[in-house]
Design a binder for this molecule. Structure first.
Ligand SMILES: N[C@@H](CCC(=O)N[C@@H](CS)C(=O)NCC(=O)O)C(=O)O
Length: 251
């Protein structure tokens, strides 16, 4: 947690700053919802989020970022889950999911989505953001799209390798589930389960809110659609959809 003196939070309840479709942001959002914490969400657009986050004096530019009532900042989904105090964690599994599996899934999906002008990703990224940010996002999209692709190394020519690496991560998670059963740590749904389900959601495609609305309008390019269809029946992704149905509390 960072002290951010001068970062005002006038509403006096936590404010979660997000890039709306981000799976890391969904991890934080879900944890807050699960614990019944009342908060507001400010949805930011890629690019203009940099100014907003820098003005708050955050350590890094990444989201999610939780601005607390006293003006202090809690940045990163992991720290937000610590702050929320959710039991049932497994640091080793969560580390792999957060630092290896989740960035890989993001790189793979954006490699297909950003390079296809009909994918709908621009509108999904800008939906729910302020009118000003959405306008800037639309006007600068040709450049923004390139900056995002470069930042994530999300190149279409890498797709065959990225798809193979995602499959490797799903193999690992299938095996883990076979060993551990319904819950990754302990007998009840907890932090490790929430982490896995939220970070795998972009490939599991649960039709549960808020993920359903946040990803509505995506048209999967031909470079990705057959793989998503093939993966859909894997134990990992069936488990994610089941966990969403059973545990994603309504907003
Ligand atoms: N490990 C971090 C990763 C967060 C992250 O990579 N967020 C991305 C969105 S998926 C982001 O904010 N990217 C824009 C930036 O870093 O400026 C977490 O768990 O919060």
């Amino acid at each position: 947690m960072t002290d951010a003196s001068g970062a005002e939070n006038e509403d006096c309840r936590p404010l979660l700053l997000t890039l709306p479709p981000s799976h890391y942001c969904e991890r934080a959002r879900w944890a807050l919802d699960l614990q019944g914490i009342v908060y507001d969400e400010e949805r930011l657009a890629p690019g203009t989020h940099l100014l907003r986050v820098k003005r708050l004096g955050a350590e890094a530019t990444s989201l999610p970022l939780l601005l607390l009532e006293d003006g202090s900042l809690c940045q990163g989904s992991d720290r937000i889950l610590d702050w929320v105090g959710l039991p049932g964690g497994d640091p080793e599994i969560e580390r792999r999911l957060e630092q290896e599996t989740a960035p890989l899934i993001r790189q793979c999906l954006y490699a297909g989505l950003l390079s296809d002008p009909r994918s709908g990703i621009r509108d999904v990224l800008l939906r729910g953001t302020s009118k000003r940010d959405a306008t800037i996002g639309r006007l600068t999209w040709p450049l923004l799209r390139r900056i995002m692709a470069a930042g994530m190394n999300a190149r279409p020519r890498l797709l065959p390798d990225l798809i193979a690496q995602v499959e490797h991560e799903l193999d690992w998670f299938d095996r883990l589930l076979a060993e551990r059963g319904a819950h990754l740590a302990g007998r009840e749904f907890g932090r490790a389960d929430l982490t896995a389900a939220s970070l795998l959601a972009p490939v599991a495609l649960p039709q549960v809110e808020p993920v359903k609305s946040l990803s509505a309008g995506i048209r999967w390019p031909r470079s990705l659609a057959p793989f998503l269809a093939r993966w859909s029946d894997r134990p990992s992704l069936k488990w994610v959809r089941h966990v969403y149905e059973a545990h994603r509390v309504p907003l």
